[in-house]
Each structure stands twice: as structure tokens, then as C-alpha cells.
Design a protein. Structure first.
Length: 411
């Protein structure tokens, strides 16, 4: 038999496969697209130990769930039974699991991942400066994680910055604080089980905004002071994409407090975000609707209740796929419009108009008509016709006999 030879690239590939097989997770019996409520959500994460470039200073190796910028703050909050668990503020517990080398979708399936969290792993430029626009995580690994997410809506990925490039996002260091809600959305990370906040601050030297979003679109959950998106829900995969990893960091990299306590706006935001992740991982869908009603009227909510007051109302229904569907209805009360109709008119003008079937002219100058708006609400039109009298002026001209003169009136 002739000897078999391999070049260096082939050897690296086979070594990678052997490592993947050696460190793979045991096969999980979890349903791939189930939607029943789970007591514990498994958060799989990429470790800094696997992708931290030896040329990087330790400062740039800490943006993962086992890194120094996340373990003291975010991870402590996720592991707190008072925050996440059957007796916690969010009913789902959090189990954190370091991922083995990802050889494909099957790696994530075998690990039983509900959520995959991808930290930040910047590449070092030739000049020795960390390049935050390029990730050390191989594109094939990121593509496998994205492919796993696309299998069903309940497979959730939380990803940021350069690691989000395969999802079609580009970030730049251009954020202007504060960050706040982006208007009417189907879900909110600003109003959740851990509390409400009107805004939050990005921290650290890099503060990101999205300068490119894929053509498939995204629902914008947060934007900076100039209206540029900073947190989105990806339309194609239902994944949560952040423009800056620092939103979830402590210490020099962000404003999440250390310890299990939820003490500031960034804490509330981070915990609300993972509580939302629990719901997505459980197969919950989110929808929003707007109901505009007239003063004194009521509207029927999807859950069957009648309401007459303005506000936001949540209903949880069973969707056709057997999963929960959360519908947020914003009820707005439309005010009564009052319009004055009084066009400029002069005596002798042959003017008439018909409003709501009534003729208004020189013989019927004043009245009030009630019309209906597009929402079916009353709109009052007050009619007041005033025919202004003509004005007369006398021009006196003095002169001597034989003088000539000319007079121009109205041009």
C-alpha cells in the first residue's frame, strides 16, 4: 500500500475534528423546537480560553461569560436564585455551560443549548493593536451557530460587534449616550420583570452603533441619542444583536454593577434582556397592536377583556403551534377635533358651501356640524361666515386751471 501524505492544512483540520469529538457534549434528549416552560435554561458560551489571542493583553481577553468583565457582574446576577429560578424574579433558572470546539450544528444540539452567548474576541492587527472589527472566532464556527439558531425560533443567540458580522451587521464606535427605547416595538427590554428604565449608558472606550443591518431586517429595541440602533432583534433568526459588548460588562468596560444585586439601569437592562431570552428559548412569540378609541368608548383586548382607559395591556394566548403568544396592545384615546371654518369673504360674493348636508351662504352664516374621523370619532366643525363690507375712500385733488394730471387706481 502506498503511504498517505497530508499537508499542514489537512493535519490542522483533522486535529480540529479529533478535538471536537474528544470534547463534545453527551447526546441530549431535548426536543429541538419545543415550547414548554423550562425550569432551567441552558446558556452555552464560547470561552475566552479557546479564542483569546496570545498577543492580546489580558484586558482584551475578558469579554466572555468566564471573563473578568462579566463574571463579577452579569454572571453573578444570572446565577442568583433570587433573580433567575423557580422562586426568582424571572421563573427560569440559568445553567451556564462552556462550549466544546464547535464542529457544526450537531455540537450545539448535543450540548442541549437553549441560548448561545458569544462574547468578544478581537484579532490583533499587524501593528499589535486589537482590531475590534475582526473576530478571532472562525467564520465557520459563527456560521454554524447562526445555522443552529435558524433551525427554529426558540434557538436563541446573543451576539455582539464583529462576531455579528455573519448575521449581516456592521458596528462602529460612534455611540452618543444615552440609549433609549426605539418607539413602538413588539417586545421591550426597557420594561420587564426586573423593572422599567427610560435610558441606559454605554461605557468603555468602544461604544457601538449599527451602521449596517441586513436586508432581511431587524426590530430595533434600543437606539442612541441620535436615533441609531444599538440593540436589535434580528428578523431572520430571532436573535438578540448588541452593537457593544460593554452593555453587559462591569469594571472598566461597562456599567453593570458587581454582585447579584440589581442596582442600576444597566443591571435592569441586562437582566430584562436575559429574561426575554428565557421567553424566546421557551418558544414564546411576541406581537404588538395599536387600538385607537373615541372618548367614552371601549375596545376588546385579544384576551377577551374590555378596556376604556389609555395604556399598554399584555395578554398571553396559546398560539397555533401550542406555544405562548404575548400580545401587547397600546390603547390610545383619540381627542375630539374642533375646526373653525371662516374663509375671507366680501359683501356681494356669491359664496356657498355644503357641510354635512347643510348649506352655508349669505343667508345661513353660522352653525356647528358634527362629523366622524377615520377612527369613527366625533369631529366638530364650527362655521362662521363674515362678509366684510367694501371700504370707500375720497380723494381730493387740488390744482390750477389748465394744469394736467393723471390718477391711477388699483394698478
Amino acid at each position: 500500500m502506498a503511504p498517505v501524505s497530508f499537508d499542514s492544512a489537512q493535519w490542522q483540520y483533522y486535529i480540529f475534528l479529533l478535538l471536537a469529538l474528544a470534547f463534545t457534549c453527551p447526546v441530549s434528549g431535548q426536543e429541538p423546537c419545543g415550547c414548554e416552560q423550562q425550569e432551567t435554561i441552558k446558556v452555552c458560551y464560547i470561552s475566552g480560553d479557546d479564542y483569546c489571542d496570545a498577543g492580546l493583553s489580558s484586558l482584551f481577553c475578558e469579554y466572555s461569560l468566564d471573563g473578568a468583565f462579566m463574571e463579577p457582574g452579569l454572571v453573578a446576577k444570572l446565577r442568583s436564585a433570587q433573580n433567575f429560578g423557580p422562586s426568582g424574579i424571572a421563573s427560569c433558572g440559568m445553567e451556564l455551560k462552556k462550549l466544546p470546539p464547535v464542529a457544526g450544528v450537531e455540537t450545539l444540539d448535543s450540548c442541549g443549548c437553549d441560548i448561545v452567548f458569544i462574547g468578544q474576541f478581537p484579532r490583533v492587527s499587524p501593528s499589535g493593536v486589537p482590531d475590534l472589527s475582526v473576530s478571532l472566532v472562525p467564520e465557520a464556527v459563527l456560521e454554524s451557530i447562526r445555522e443552529w439558531s435558524a433551525v427554529c425560533e426558540s434557538n436563541l443567540v446573543i451576539v455582539t460587534q464583529a462576531e455579528a458580522n455573519p448575521w449581516g451587521y456592521t458596528t462602529e464606535n460612534e455611540n452618543v449616550n444615552p440609549n433609549w427605547p426605539a418607539g413602538q416595538v413588539s417586545i421591550s427590554i426597557f420594561d420587564g420583570p426586573f423593572g422599567s428604565l427610560s435610558s441606559f449608558q454605554q461605557g468603555g472606550s468602544f461604544q457601538g452603533v449599527f451602521t449596517q443591518i441586513p436586508s432581511s431586517g431587524a426590530e430595533i429595541l434600543a437606539e442612541d441619542a441620535l436615533g441609531r440602533p444599538t440593540v436589535v432583534l434580528d428578523a431572520a433568526t430571532n436573535d438578540i444583536i448588541l452593537a457593544d459588548i460593554g452593555i453587559l460588562c462591569s469594571g472598566e468596560a461597562g456599567q453593570v454593577s458587581e454582585g447579584a444585586g440589581v442596582l442600576n439601569n444597566n443591571d435592569v437592562l441586562a437582566c430584562n434582556l436575559f429574561a426575554l431570552g428565557c421567553q424566546i428559548a421557551e418558544g414564546v412569540s411576541f406581537n404588538s397592536r395599536l387600538a385607537r378609541i373615541c372618548p367614552g368608548d371601549s375596545t376588546l383586548l385579544p384576551g377577551g377583556s374590555m378596556v376604556s382607559q389609555p395604556g399598554r395591556y399584555l395578554d398571553t394566548l396559546l398560539a397555533t403551534n401550542g406555544c405562548d403568544s404575548i400580545i401587547e396592545t397600546e390603547v390610545q384615546v383619540v381627542g375630539i377635533d374642533t375646526v373653525l371654518f371662516s374663509p375671507p369673504l366680501c359683501e356681494g360674493d356669491d359664496f356657498s358651501t355644503i357641510i354635512n348636508g347643510t348649506i352655508y351662504d349669505v343667508n345661513n352664516r353660522v352653525g356647528e356640524e358634527v362629523l366622524q374621523t377615520a377612527e369613527g370619532c366625533d369631529s366638530v366643525v364650527q362655521v362662521s361666515l363674515f362678509f366684510a363690507p367694501h371700504s370707500y375712500d375720497t380723494v381730493f385733488i387740488s390744482g390750477c386751471s389748465g394744469d394736467g394730471f393723471s390718477l391711477m387706481v388699483n394698478g
